[in-house]
Ligand binder design. Structure first.
Ligand code: M6R
Length: 596
């Protein structure tokens, strides 16, 4: 979602702003812009499109050493030049990430006060309100002005502003949206995440909610209410932020291929395990929350943990959970799953359940992200930076962590021994490589022109096909739905006609015979069936019930879902590629969903 950058220092600001915006491209955006000081005047350049389009309208040689920049993912108002950021009202120039919920109310008041608006955005209202407070302040003290704004603004906002008459400072304030300040030598940076400035400095400060920052080339001052406070200076290793696409055509493909090494790394970190100090047995209920792929990982977690657990584990979509009636107490563990650690809905759920006295566990990829900082305990998924919008390796690492939690429960109940299973974990990287090496050309050729696809699975395989279906939808724009095999005849089978394409995963022992019956039902109605099937199933497969078969290796049931997802990821990738889609940055999508 929207990305913010800022630079103040001794060097020319514009190249840093552009470089920072490029680093934030992965978050997803539809327009971009910068503001900088030029001859004592704040200039704005902005455009719909990519950073490369912005570069065409910016002279990077303009000698300025202060500026702010933004990539916009439209929420309020169309994607056009006028609505893109920065916005300027009176003395204030602003970039904003988040949503000002009471913008209409404030707009009405500001209109009465004589303010005029050029855009459809909430951000222009936010800007006008700060200008109003600024104009009416006798002291022009930005801390006081921002504190007044905190009392009025509703919603979420990371705000970075330049003030017309102040040529050497950038001001920031934040609530419920990430903002980080990079500390350099005689220069400082502002960004939505550290990747924007990591090649220039690895030292940084997180701004917490309701904090205000005043950033100049020589100083960063953070205020909470009216007090000057000291936030910890943290450091990050450049390796945590990734190394480009290397020889791969897309980040998504690179990230799919990284999964084998990732599992090896996770084995070395967690298998002999520092999860041992985590006592899961004291809880009487477990809720798992997440969005999109992270929600699917949570569902896999439920199936795995329930194998050994003696109470039901519930999984919720965070955007629903944050508003629904929930049944929790101080014996409830709430597990939040998030790659970015910034997803607004997941974060809001955590804030809610913490007030109810629940313990919280984060399964998070991005170190020191907001979710990682807010939970009582975090297990990092160690997947490294995931750039492609479509999540692949982060998902694999999330379900890996769930397999270990399940194992932990199984061991505590005395139903499984670690020794019995270690060899399976150790052979998993090689098995992943085997699945990566399968040739998917024939499958891709058959389905890439389809208008719709069906995915079928039962039991835990149903969750894997939900994730496979999400992958193909988000990057290839083919409409697809995942169904439980047994549910088809309750309505959906009416959609099956000659050549309808059905992709089915068959790995779950308990339901394999049942799903084969369901496959026969669609085959009998003319469907074209692609079967992805585990090699060791004890069932007879009638060769007339499928058109193509992909055989994947078997491994222990706790980690079988890791192997199962890989063909589905690769099919989605190659189909999207054949359709000429923008794989790493699919339309309308953002990597980090920081608004609700
Ligand atoms: O950063 P998170 O894991 O919290 O993100 C959750 C979803 O937005 C994310 O998994 C999304 O569904 C992916 N783009 C799917 O590939």
């Amino acid at each position: 979602m929207c990305g913010i950058v800022g630079y103040v220092g001794k060097k020319n600001a514009i190249p840093y702003l552009i470089q920072g915006l490029r680093k934030l491209e992965y978050r997803g955006y539809d327009s971009a812009g910068i503001a900088y000081l030029d001859n004592n005047k704040i200039e704005i350049k902005k455009t719909v499109g990519r950073i490369s389009d912005l570069e065409k309208i910016v002279n990077i040689n303009i000698p300025t050493n202060i500026g702010i920049g933004h990539t916009r993912w439209a929420t309020h108002g169309k994607v056009n030049n006028t609505n893109s950021h920065p916005h300027q009202v009176g003395d204030i120039t602003i970039v904003h990430n988040g949503i000002l919920e009471n913008y209409q109310e404030l707009k009405n008041e500001l209109l009465k006060l004589g303010y005029k608006f050029k855009t459809e955005t909430d951000t222009e209202v936010l800007c006008a309100y700060i200008d109003y407070e600024y104009k009416n302040s006798s002291t022009k003290d930005m801390v006081e002005i921002f504190n007044n704004c905190f009392k009025v603004f509703k919603g979420s906002y990371a705000v970075t502003i330049m003030v017309a008459s102040i040529s050497d400072k950038i001001f920031v304030m934040k609530k419920d949206n990430p903002l980080v300040i990079g500390i350099g030598e005689s220069e400082n940076y502002i960004a939505s995440d550290v990747s924007a400035f990591i090649s220039n400095t690895c030292k940084f400060i997180y701004l917490e909610d309701m904090q205000i920052g005043i950033v100049s080339s020589s100083d960063v001052s953070i205020y909470q209410e009216n007090k000057l406070i000291n936030n910890d200076i943290k450091t990050i290793n450049i390796d945590d932020v990734g190394n480009g696409k290397e020889e791969y055509e897309h980040y998504m493909l690179k990230e799919i291929y990284e999964q084998s090494n990732l599992i090896e790394k996770l084995n070395s970190i967690y298998l002999n395990s520092n999860l041992d100090d985590f006592d899961i047995s004291k809880y009487t209920s477990i809720h798992i929350i997440g969005c999109g792929t992270a929600y699917h990982a949570g569902l896999i977690g439920k199936y795995l943990m329930e194998k050994y657990n003696d109470f039901e584990i519930n999984v919720y979509i965070a955007s629903e959970y944050r508003y629904q009636k929930i049944f929790v107490n101080d014996k409830t563990l709430v597990i939040a799953v998030s790659q970015s650690g910034e997803t607004a809905d997941t974060l809001a759920c955590l804030k809610r359940v913490k007030k109810c006295g629940c313990d919280t566990l984060g399964i998070v990829n991005v170190k020191n992200s907001t979710i990682a900082r807010i939970v009582d305990r975090v297990i990092y998924t160690m997947a490294g930076q995931e750039i492609a919008v479509a999540s692949t390796k982060a998902y694999t690492s999330q379900i890996y962590i769930f397999s270990l939690l399940a194992l932990k429960i199984g061991i505590s109940k005395g139903v499984i021994n670690k020794e019995d299973i270690t060899s399976y974990y150790n052979e998993l990287p090689q098995l992943i490589n085997n699945v990566l090496n399968i040739n998917y050309d024939r499958v891709v050729k058959k389905i890439f022109n389809n208008e719709y696809l069906f995915y079928l699975g039962r039991n835990i395989d149903y969750v894997s096909v939900m994730e496979g279906s999400l992958k193909i939808k988000e990057i290839s724009y083919i409409h697809s739905e995942a169904y439980q095999g047994g549910e088809l005849k309750h309505g959906t089978i009416s959609l099956i006609e000659k050549d309808s394409c059905v992709i089915s995963l068959v790995s779950n022992e308990e339901t394999s015979a049942k799903i084969i019956s369901n496959i026969k039902e669609v085959k009998a109605r003319g469907a074209y069936v692609i079967l992805i099937i585990k090699d060791s199933l004890n069932i007879n497969i009638d060769i007339n019930c499928y058109d193509q078969m992909i055989i994947i290796p078997s491994v222990h049931e706790l980690i079988q879902p890791i192997l199962n997802i890989i063909p589905l990821q690769l099919i989605a990738y190659y189909v999207a590629k054949k359709r000429g889609c923008d794989i790493d940055k699919p339309r309308n999508l953002a990597k980090s969903v920081t608004v609700e």
